[in-house]
Structures are given as structure tokens and as C-alpha cells.
Design a protein around this ligand. Structure first.
Ligand code: DGL
Length: 261
């Protein structure tokens, strides 16, 4: 039955697992297939053409796996997926719109910082969505954070130093809201927060999961299963090193495997 089909979720690597975590919390009875496109990570330093092609291949792969909806748990992929989303005949939801909306709603003094990959910032979608007559948007491409998040040295002194130095430019901007416009950045939360001690952090997971829930209710495709859903994780890269990278992911998954896409 259609409602029983899984939901596809993908990212360039492990960052999208921060979104999957919120999807599981908000939609616990759904089955999920997560694809970490580790073989092509990072996305944020590649060209628009390369990423658009890659997103198309992954979306086609998930549609062939008979998913009923897709979450693009990657801002860079979302920023390059407008046409793919429009022509799809299943709901495909990107992370940028719900996250930007949440940030505009959250700010009190109007000073918003958005941290994302170089390509996401270059495409300017966040800047557009966050700009209102009451906001000032400070956007920074920090693709240098992605390998830090993918590594197993996230809490090291060098990682922390690089983050503090990159973010020093915000110290006098009285930022009250920080948007993680890259799903990898939640993994560096402890370090990033030190540069914004009084700001509210807006991550992609919860607003995106709530939007998916709303859409699934509208299209009547919510799984009426009463048991916990199944979680299947795939990587396009090396399975052994991927397993080592996701030891922090506390949700028990049913399968984990390498796939060629
Ligand atoms: N996690 C991805 C995002 O949200 C991108 C990381 C990368 O550059 O691959 O934009």
C-alpha cells in the first residue's frame, strides 16, 4: 500500500543525519531510507551543474526504490533542486524554505547570521528569504567547516580554533539568530555556539520535519503503522569508514550498506 512506502532522505554525507534524527522523532512510525553521498562529498565546493546532475541521479534512485516522499537533507542540494522538485510527482521537500521561515520568525533584533557552504551562499537563496524590512542578514560561506564535521576530530583544539577564527567577523554584529544553512554544522554545534553565546540557533531538522508531516497529512500518505518504522542507511562511499563516522548517531538502524548510484 502506498502509505507504507518509505521516505527517502539524502545528503552529501553525514550532515543529513541531523535532519533524519528530527524526522524520526516527529514521524516515528515511518520507514526511512537515508543516502549519504559520501563518494561525492563535499557538494559545497562543486559547480551548480555538477550538483544539479548528482541530485537528479539520487532522486531518480530513490524514486526507483518506491519512496512516497523525499527530504533533501542538504542545503546545497536544495539550492540546486528547484526544477527537480517542480517536475516530481511525489512530494520533495528541501530544507531551505522551512529553515529560513523559522529564522525570520525567531529573530527579535533582526540581526541574522547564516552559515552555509560556499555554493549555497553564492546562490543567495537564504539571503533573499531572510531579508525583510526588519532584518539585516550576514551571510558567510564556510565550506571549510564541512571536512571538520565529517572528520572524527570534531572536538579537537584545532577544529575549535579554525571555527572561532572563521566566525570572529561576527563578534561585533549583535547577532541574535544563527541559521545553520548546512546540515553538517549541527555536528559542530558546541564550537560554533561559543562564537554566538547569546544567539538562538536555527537548524534545518525540526522545521523541515514539521513541513513534511503537514504535507503528508494533506496528501493522506501518513503511515498508519503503530510500530516503530525501519531505518535503512546507505552510503555511496566506503562502508567501513562511514560506519566509523556515524558512531554518534544514536538511533538504532535496521540495515546499513554501500550502494552505487
Ligand atoms: N550538508 C550539506 C548542506 O547542507 C553540504 C555539505 C557539503 O558541502 O557537502 O549544504
Amino acid at each position: 500500500m502506498y502509505k507504507k512506502r518509505p521516505i527517502g532522505v539524502f545528503d552529501s554525507g553525514i550532515g543529513g543525519l541531523t535532519v533524519l534524527k528530527d524526522l524520526i522523532d516527529i514521524l516515528p512510525n515511518e520507514d526511512f531510507i537515508y543516502i549519504a553521498d559520501t563518494a561525492y562529498c563535499p557538494y559545497g565546493t562543486k559547480s551548480k551543474t555538477e550538483i544539479t546532475q548528482r541530485v537528479e541521479q539520487i532522486v531518480d534512485y530513490l524514486i526507483n526504490m518506491k519512496v512516497k516522499a523525499i527530504i533533501i537533507a542538504c542545503n546545497t542540494a536544495t539550492a540546486n533542486a528547484k526544477e527537480i522538485i517542480e517536475k516530481a510527482n511525489i512530494p520533495i521537500i528541501g530544507v531551505i524554505d522551512p529553515t529560513a521561515k523559522e529564522a525570520v520568525y525567531a529573530t527579535k533584533n533582526g540581526n541574522i547570521a547564516v552559515l552555509a557552504t560556499n555554493l549555497t551562499i553564492k546562490l543567495g537563496i537564504y539571503q533573499q528569504l531572510l531579508s525583510t524590512e526588519n532584518t539585516r542578514v550576514y551571510a558567510l560561506g564556510c565550506s571549510n567547516f564541512v571536512p571538520l564535521a565529517e572528520s572524527n576530530n570534531r572536538d579537537s583544539e584545532e577544529t575549535n580554533k579554525e571555527i572561532q577564527e572563521t566566525l570572529f567577523q561576527f563578534h561585533d554584529k549583535n547577532i541574535d539568530t544563527v541559521v545553520y544553512g548546512c546540515t553538517h554544522f549541527g555536528l559542530l554545534n558546541e564550537s560554533i555556539k561559543r562564537s554566538f553565546p547569546n544567539a538562538k540557533i536555527i537548524s534545518c531538522g525540526v522545521p523541515t520535519a514539521l513541513l513534511l508531516k503537514e504535507n503528508m497529512e494533506k496528501f493522506k500518505i501518513v503511515n498508519d503503522n503503530c510500530n516503530k518504522g525501519k531505518i535503512n542507511i546507505c552510503t555511496t562511499g566506503n562502508l567501513k569508514s562511514f560506519k566509523g563516522q556515524i558512531s554518534w548517531f544514536i538511533y538504532p538502524y535496521d540495515t546499513i550498506k554501500q550502494v552505487n548510484i
